[in-house]
Design a protein around this ligand. Structure first.
Ligand SMILES: O=C(O)CCC(=O)C(=O)O
Length: 226
């Protein structure tokens, strides 16, 4: 199991980096065996997301790149990921203590996937006001690469600071996260990013979840007691 104590100074540094850059990579949070076990589960339960014939239950997010929900039940009842103390601490520090889990699933770039369009996942609350860049995030994605993200399998590239900008600076290059299997990658929904090409011969799956601030989640109705 992952370590449960987090150095407060290190956590402050992570939160400062995330607020400044709009993304954060924490390497080697889970051991490689855990990531490999999840890859095995995907091959057995969902070969369609690992290069097999695709069914309807997925969303195409690029050339040979899909995202699909995973049923939160064995073998994908990943409490070690969803409730990991570091994940919780970073989400509490960015979205507030009562953040809401919105989605849980897999993003898979299949062998031969081309580079994905640069995009943001959303998260602009008042797009015409010019104020969005000043606000804290309304939603965050957390991903665990299940295989090494590298030049061959394809990394996720991020445009640091773009969560504060209305447009991306077209001249500046993205920063590619070469995160080993079992790392954690966090990004603010407003941060411009893309998945790079998968030049290898195996799928590159990311286990992921998205979370939102309870103040913007439309999925929860809070009734006053009584
Ligand atoms: O495949 C990746 O590395 C990123 C995927 C992505 O950004 C997305 O699906 O929104």
């Amino acid at each position: 199991m992952p370590a449960t104590t987090i150095d407060p100074d290190l956590l402050d540094q992570y939160l400062a980096d995330f607020r400044r850059d709009g993304f954060l990579v924490v390497r080697d949070v889970f051991d490689r065996q855990r990531a490999a076990q999840l890859v095995e589960h995907l091959h057995r339960e969902h070969p369609e997301y690992m290069g097999g014939d695709l069914t309807d239950d997925h969303c195409t997010v690029g050339d040979r790149r899909i995202t699909a929900p995973l049923r939160y039940a064995p073998p994908f009842d990943c409490a070690d990921f969803v409730t990991h103390p570091l994940v919780d601490a970073i989400l509490c520090g960015t979205l507030g203590r009562d953040y809401v889990l919105e989605a849980f699933g897999v993003i898979s770039s299949l062998p031969g996937a081309m580079e994905q369009n640069v995009h943001r996942d959303g998260g602009s609350l008042f797009p015409d006001s010019g104020l969005d860049g000043l606000l804290p995030p309304s939603a965050v994605a957390v991903a665990m690469p299940l295989v090494d993200m590298n030049e061959t399998s394809g990394m996720t590239a991020f445009w640091p600071g773009s969560h504060r900008q209305s447009q991306r600076d077209q001249e500046s290059p993205g920063i590619a996260a070469d995160a080993p299997a079992g790392s954690l990658v966090f990004w603010d929904f407003r941060t411009f990013h893309n998945g790079l090409a998968n030049k290898g011969d195996a799928a590159r799956p990311l286990l992921y979840m998205t979370l939102s601030s309870s103040s913007v989640s439309l999925g929860v109705v809070t009734m006053p007691p009584g």
